[in-house]
Design a protein around this ligand. Structure first.
Ligand SMILES: NC(=O)c1ccc[n+]([C@@H]2O[C@H](COP(=O)([O-])OP(=O)(O)OC[C@H]3O[C@@H](n4cnc5c(N)ncnc54)[C@H](OP(=O)(O)O)[C@@H]3O)[C@@H](O)[C@H]2O)c1
Length: 259
């Protein structure tokens, strides 16, 4: 039996689950899946209406509002959640944004917009880890799940900041896992392929070969149940292989099609 056995997984699944960016897409899908299993779920997101709408559709689910880019707000959220749900065993750091930037244009680009993507996608993941790890470390078994992307393996040139933040999330998650290897906290990275959500609102059309949300959520839950450290779903597996075997070919493939 491994350290992270199925028995441990069931133990963890009994505790409360906090999901950032839980007001839509992947976060809302995972929230519904945990709720259906009977877990206490808290969805925390930027837009109050969105998170409250998700919670209203699932009796017993709770909503909270946070900007993950603001470390004070994240710390305040951890304080509220820790006091109300001392059995918190799963934190899913899922909030993210994606913008298209063209550095080949006349420029310069809007520095605030460039920075905001780093603040949410990378610093947000760091702030959530920093604020919630003390709560998770107090549990006999717990897990922190950072949501990366297949584009962290091979960048989509049209989304250069997004892709680089996801590469950084991958590196940060590996380092965290190493530091916490003797703790009770499992550090997980969930690595989606392109999934049909609002993330792609800045693209002209939904990217081809996008995975349906339900299928993605089922695969993610199966990976969590299996206790995997890295849950690489669907075509993200191909991008991982490209990044190791043939990065140049991977770049060609990804950049003929949007994420
Ligand atoms: N869909 C894909 O193809 C795909 C592929 C790989 C990875 N991912 C990753 O999966 C995660 C979820 O994305 P999604 O596809 O489900 O897109 P989504 O529907 O746009 O969900 C992103 C969520 O993050 C929230 N959010 C954004 N900025 C925030 C902030 N500063 N603080 C708190 N919450 C914030 C949004 O809330 P508001 O709308 O209220 O601002 C939204 O509910 C992201 O990390 C994304 O990078 C997605």
């Amino acid at each position: 039996m491994t350290w992270w056995s199925k028995t441990n997984e069931e133990e963890v699944a009994m505790g409360a689950v906090l999901i950032t960016g839980g007001g839509s897409g992947i976060g809302a899908g995972l929230a519904a899946a945990f709720h259906a299993r009977g877990s206490q779920v808290i969805v925390a997101g930027h837009g109050r209406e969105r998170v409250e709408g998700v919670a209203a559709r699932h009796p017993g689910m709770e909503a909270d509002v946070v900007d993950v880019a603001d470390p004070e707000q994240v710390t305040a959220l951890a304080d509220r959640v820790g006091q109300r749900w001392p059995d918190l065993t799963t934190v899913i750091s899922n909030a993210g944004i994606q913008h298209l930037f063209d550095f080949a244009g006349p420029g310069p680009l809007d520095a605030a917009e460039l920075g905001r993507e780093v603040d949410v996608n990378l610093k947000g993941v760091i702030h959530v880890a920093n604020a919630f790890l003390p709560l998770l470390k107090a549990q006999p078994r717990s897990r922190l799940v950072n949501v990366g992307s297949g584009l962290g393996y091979v960048p989509l040139a049209a989304a250069p900041i997004y892709s680089s933040t996801k590469a950084a999330v991958h590196s940060f998650t590996i380092a965290l896992r190493r530091q916490l290897r003797s703790s009770t906290v499992q550090i997980v990275e969930l690595i989606p392929p392109v999934v049909v959500t609002d993330l792609h609102r800045n693209l002209d059309q939904i990217p081809p070969r996008a995975m349906e949300l339900d299928a993605f959520v089922a695969a993610a839950m199966a990976g969590l149940d299996a206790g995997r450290d890295e849950i690489v779903v669907g075509l993200a597996k191909a991008l991982r292989i490209f990044s190791r075997a043939s990065p140049a070919l991977g770049l060609k493939v990804v950049n003929q099609e949007a994420e």
